[in-house]
Ligand binder design. Structure first.
Ligand code: HEC
Ligand code: HEC
Length: 411
């Protein structure tokens, strides 16, 4: 909040009286309504659902939307389980304006981003498939398979760093990766920019969102900013667990409530890595995940060590969010565990060491524990209670390129 307000001040926030005057002039001379927000709570921008206006400068027409989280309106927590979401990770100058969010939504679903116009971001992160592809490893352009599983985009805006190994700092940096990656979208950015400029609707939308003219705002940086603005609207913050944490004891089943207690227990230690309120963590941890296809072997992916040299980072991966995890099977960076049941068995047996893999740097919180069938069902019920897809964005029927849009869940 503080950070967004600090940014807003460069645009000179209008005073209440200036607002009134502008409103009158607008009404009388231009036939416009008073779209002025001096900082009070009245929503003025056409923000997507679940978002509200943070500030709005009627002179420039610029303003910003942000996701409403349970405590962002200033209410105090109703239980120890309710914790305020931190600010989303944003590079300086990032603005979530309605025009950028909408442009980002169109780009996200548009296969024009790929070299042969067949693959969009949604082909690997589709909203109807938990913003992933429900495949073990992603399949990109010309059917090529990558080595890692597509993570969900739900709440990616709160990730400390992007990718399983954290090699991108921001969503803006991240978005440029798959476009140019030869096995994902295999696109030449110079060609892409020329293609987008030649599509009048994109030219106009980029100019509107980034103050250009004649298509001058169509650039790779602006494309990444628009997609990132869209991704910052993809939030899951109102699950049954959140309602339970806010005092509604009927929001979760008895089984899920028992599961929550197990999740927080000293035997499972789940809570020590998957922390409130994101159920993720800034750190990279070693579990010793099996290889995909051969459960007798340790996965060879070096993870964080490819970004940050050091023995402790060998096979370490970022602790992912568990929000909407019931929608994003299969699991782990390589999709090697098919179900939540399999994930729980993996943890209960003591991770990779419990499977007998040779490893000397597994996190000390990964230890064998006993889990009855009922307790396992309770933990799964709790993980399912972290589901909230109420802010699913609409899949566009049409995108400016006219290319076909993947509408449904991915096969
Ligand atoms: C071919 C499938 C594929 C396509 C197309 C694709 N992605 Fe991904 N995406 C992945 C995979 C796989 C990863 C994880 C890679 C890794 O960690 O090394 C990933 C990671 C991400 C992440 C990081 C999430 C996290 O939790 O770290 C975001 C955000 C993301 N993609 C957004 C996008 C956007 C935006 C586009 C379009 C510009 C896109 N992806 C296109 C497969 C794809
Ligand atoms: C030491 C920290 C740590 C602890 C403790 C821990 N996790 Fe994890 N969890 C991780 C990391 C790191 C990953 C990703 C590992 C990978 O992909 O190689 C992960 C992945 C997962 C996933 C898969 C998510 C996805 O999107 O693929 C689930 C589900 C999960 N954990 C649930 C749990 C549960 C339930 C517990 C308690 C039994 C638990 N975790 C305890 C660090 C931890």
């Amino acid at each position: 909040m503080l950070a967004t307000h600090a940014r807003a001040s460069v645009f000179l926030r209008p005073s209440r009286s200036l607002c009134k005057t502008l409103g009158l002039i607008g009404l009388v001379l231009l036939g416009l309504g008073s779209g002025c927000d001096p900082g009070d709570s009245s929503p003025q921008l056409a923000c997507p659902k679940g978002m509200r206006t943070v500030w709005h400068d009627p002179l420039s027409g610029i303003g910003e939307c942000e996701v409403i989280t349970p405590l962002s309106e200033g209410r105090s927590p109703r239980s120890g389980l309710e914790q305020a979401f931190p600010a989303m990770v944003r590079p300086p100058g990032a603005l979530s304006t309605p025009a950028r969010i909408e442009l980002g939504r169109l780009l996200y679903f548009d296969p024009v981003l790929s070299g042969d116009n067949t693959v969009s971001c949604a082909h690997c992160h589709h909203p109807a498939s938990g913003f992933t592809d429900n495949r073990a490893v992603a399949t990109g352009i010309r059917g090529q398979k990558g080595g890692r599983s597509a993570p969900t985009v739900w709440n990616a805006a709160w990730n400390s760093e992007q990718f399983w190994d954290g090699r991108a700092k921001t969503l803006e940096d991240q978005a440029k990766g798959p476009i140019q990656n030869p096995i994902e979208m295999d696109q030449d950015p110079v060609k892409l920019i020329a293609e987008l400029k030649a599509i009048p609707e994109y030219s106009r939308r980029f100019d509107e969102a980034f103050r250009g003219s004649g298509g001058s705002a169509v650039t790779l940086d602006n494309l990444a900013s628009a997609i990132a603005a869209f991704e910052r609207s993809i939030a899951s913050v109102n699950s049954p667990f959140d309602r339970y944490a806010a005092g509604d004891r009927t929001a979760m089943s008895e089984s899920a409530t028992r599961g929550l207690n197990l999740f927080r227990s000293v035997s499972t230690r789940c809570f020590e890595c998957h922390e409130l309120p994101t159920f993720a963590m800034k750190e990279y941890k070693v579990l010793g995940v099996p290889s995909l296809g051969d459960p007798t072997k340790l996965d060879e992916d070096r993870g964080r060590a490819t970004v940050m040299p050091g023995a402790s980072y060998e096979r370490a991966f970022r602790v992912p969010t568990l929000r909407n995890v019931a929608k994003t099977a299969p699991y782990m960076h390589n999709g090697s565990l098919k179900t939540l049941d399999e994930v729980l068995d993996f943890y209960a047996k003591g991770g990779g060491l419990g499977r007998g893999y040779k490893l000397d740097n597994v996190d000390d919180k990964i230890r064998k524990f006993d889990l009855t069938a009922e307790e396992k069902a309770d933990l799964v019920a709790f993980l399912e209670a972290l589901t909230d897809e109420s802010l699913l964005p609409e899949v566009p029927k049409l995108v400016p390129s006219g290319l076909p849009v993947a509408q449904g869940p991915l096969q």
